[in-house]
Each structure stands twice: as C-alpha cells, then as structure tokens.
Design a protein around this ligand. Structure first.
Ligand SMILES: *Cc1c(COP(=O)(O)O)cnc(C)c1O
Length: 414
C-alpha cells in the first residue's frame, strides 16, 4: 500500500505539498486527508474482487470509519455503496450522492424512526437491513406496513468464532451482542418466510475489525455458506447476495506488516472458500470495508506545545489529545509519528502525550524520534479511519478541523 506522505530533504510532504504549508494556515490539531489515496485504496480493493471473479462486487464503504462529506463524494462518483449504522450516516451517504440501492444498514439498535426513514428512501428503500435479532424483524414489519413497502433483509450471522483482534473490536462470538445464532435464524426464517413485508435477500457476517489472522474469517465464511443453502431451502429461492462484512486490517506498525492480509490475498481466500463451500455462488458479493479504505488516507497534524523532563524521562507535549484521536489511548494502538521537519541530531527516547487530564492520553510511549522543539509540527500517521469519527469535545475542547486535498491537489483554506 502506498502512502500519501513521504520525506524530501527531511521535510514531510503530503500529497506533494509540504506539511508546514497546511500547518501554518490551519489551527492545529487538524486532520489532513488525501482524496487521491482514498480513491486508490478503494480502486485496489474493488479491482482485486473483480480479478478473483467474485460476482458483481458491491463495495459498501463503512461510514463509521470516516464520514467526511467530500471524501464520500469521491467514493460515490466511483460507484461505491455505504454501510451505515444510524440515520445520521444514512443522510450523510445520501447527501454525498450514494445510491440508496447500494446502502446496507447494520447495527443492533436501529430505532423505529431510523427503520422507517431507511424504508422510505429512494424508489424501493435501501439495499438491505442487516438484521441483528429476531425481535428487530417485528419492528421492521411494523414500519414496513406503515411505509407500504417491502423491506429487503439479510440475517447477520453470529458465526461463533473468536476473531483474534483487540477485545473491543471483536464481534463474532456468541457472547458478543452482534448477529444471530444459526439455529435462531432458521427458526425465524420459517416463521417469517411468508410475510408480505419482508424479502429475504442475503446473509451477512462481520466478525471484527483490524483482523490480521484470517482463520476466523475463513470459519465465518464457511458458516455463512452452509447457512445460505439451508436458508434458501426454507424460503424457496436462492439468496441474492452474501455480505462478507469488513474488518481487513492495516499495517500501522512494522510488526503488523508481517501478519497483514492484503486485499489481494483476502479476495483469493474468499473465492477459494466460497467455491469449495457453496453449490453455486450468489449473484453478488457485498463488502463492508472501512479501515482498509480510509486509514492510510489521513494524518492528524499536531504541534509541540513544550517539552517536559521528569528525572530521565522526556515528554513531548502536543496540542492534540485523546479527544481528537482516541485509538492510541483506547486500544493502545501503534501509530507512526512523523515530524514536519526532521531536525539534525541524535534520536531521543520520548513519550508523546496530549493535554487531556488522563494518563491514557498518549500518542506514543517510549518512542525514538529525531529531536523536537516547541512549535514543531508532528503528524500522526494512518488516522483516516476511526479518527475524526470518534473525536469528542472532552475537556471542553473544540473538534479538530478536517482538510481534504482533492484529486486536483487543491484544498480549502489554501
Ligand atoms: C465497523 C463495521 C465495518 C467496518 O469495519 P472495518 O474494520 O473498518 O473494515 C463493517 N461492517 C460492520 C457491520 C461494522 O460494524
């Protein structure tokens, strides 16, 4: 995977523009995004699906990873769909020009008003409600009656696999709140198969995020394939699609690189499993990638407020904090830190921390960096996913700004 950033003569360049050019005009901290990189990531993902002959791939970008309107417009123009988890995300996807017939709605807590709005969208409502409980079906029927529409339904399978990723982002085990167990899906398919308000069109499965070990994904796909044939027998026709979810990882750290599955390997693996496990491939394979499309398209830019020494310990205190970007605090995630200008001199072992009154407010612990001084800019790399979308105003701070470099190399505020 390429990056939108690189060093030229020890100066950090983002999309062919010096980082300092942005940082001198925009108040820090702010997010900087590359439309070009986002588009490349999307195209590579889609291309690999086609290369592996996966039928009529529909790539529904997971909005929760990055709902920036200008970035979404770039994806919409390319034909992308959306995976949404709230009515806010539905409206954002529609404003970006994403076709309702390419929108899937996931989440255990869809409210009645959200279901109704999604049903009323476009000519026929959204592409699919990825249903996370039998009880949700009753609510969808009630709203579909009101809307005088038929809801397109995909059961989200809980495949009882334990994805080896961080415990907060693993979702496919029976004690996790997501998805429905196979036995319960079969019972409710039997119960609801004749409902005039439901059209059973697919199965979805999503077992977690930043999945580096693919064994669990293979098991989940096998479980979904076997369910698919059982389900089509009950409803009397083959299912239109299989939604394989998202979760592909990004190599945030050099160690990640060794265990990372690339889109190319991922698509080949899906093709292999489905060919072995299914009598016939469905008409369409749906994907819900977030991170793999958006993470590497963004950087959080922050400024050094001051240095602090505590015995031999050196802290670099920056003006960005865990309210702006929470992954390093919440998941102890590793992110590369890139000075705007690499100063001469020996690398130093430092902790890079923010101003928030929490010990966890830390971008890096014991990291070797070139010397930094007050006023220097520092980029936190690969923060285009789960960055701004998880930002808060904790400690009464303002939300960070977002700057998008468009496909022509222009940016607002230039
Ligand atoms: C979060 C989520 C995704 C996207 O996950 P990534 O790890 O960003 O690819 C896809 N589908 C569902 C249902 C999700 O909750």
């Amino acid at each position: 995977m390429t990056t939108p950033w690189t060093y030229k003569n020890n100066t950090l360049i983002f999309d062919n523009i010096e980082l300092e050019t942005f940082a001198k005009k925009v108040p820090t901290p702010f997010y900087l995004y590359s439309s070009r990189q986002l588009l490349n990531n999307y195209q590579e993902f889609y291309h690999q699906a086609l290369q592996n002959d996966l039928p009529a791939p529909l790539v529904c970008f997971a909005l929760k990873s990055n709902p920036n309107l200008s970035l979404l417009k770039t994806l919409a123009k390319e034909g992308a769909g959306a995976d949404i988890v709230s009515v806010g995300e539905l409206r954002q996807a529609l404003s970006a020009g994403i076709d309702p017939s390419k929108i899937v709605f996931s989440g255990v807590g869809k409210r009645d008003d959200e279901i109704l709005e999604a049903l009323m969208t476009g000519e026929q409502g959204i592409y699919s409600f990825n249903v996370e409980s039998t009880e949700e079906l009753d609510d969808i029927i009630t709203q579909a009656k009101k809307a005088k529409r038929v809801a397109r339904i995909a059961f989200r399978l809980n495949p009882r696999v334990n994805a080896r990723t961080h415990k907060h982002i693993s979702t496919g085990y029976k004690t996790h709140k997501f998805g429905i167990l196979e036995e319960d899906i079969l019972v409710s398919a039997e119960k609801y198969k004749d409902s005039p308000y439901l059209n059973f069109v697919g199965i979805s499965v999503h077992i977690g995020s930043q999945l580096t070990c693919m064994e669990a994904t293979v098991d989940a796909l096998k479980a979904a394939s076997s369910l698919s044939s059982k389900l089509s027998k009950i409803i009397g026709h083959p299912l239109e699609f299989l939604d394989v979810g998202g979760g592909l990882g990004v190599d945030y750290s050099p160690q990640d690189k060794e265990v990372l599955t690339t889109p190319k390997q991922y698509m080949a693996m899906i093709k292999d499993v489905l060919e072995k496990e299914m009598e016939e491939l469905p008409q369409r394979i749906v994907f819900e990638p977030g991170r793999v499309i958006s993470a590497r398209a963004g950087m959080l830019v922050t400024k050094v407020i001051r240095k602090k020494f505590s015995d031999s310990h050196q802290f670099i205190i920056v003006d960005g904090g865990m309210n702006d970007f929470v992954r390093t605090s919440l998941y102890e995630a590793y992110h590369e830190l890139m000075p705007g200008i690499k100063r001469e001199g020996k690398e130093q072992m430092v902790d890079v921390v923010g101003p928030i009154c929490e010990t966890a407010d830390c971008f890096a612990h014991q990291r070797k960096l070139t010397p930094l001084e007050k006023g220097d800019f520092l980029g936190v790399a690969d923060t285009g996913a789960y960055g701004f979308s998880m930002a808060s105003t904790y400690n009464m701070r303002r939300l960070p700004m977002e700057i998008v470099v468009d496909l022509e190399g222009n940016w607002e505020g230039q």
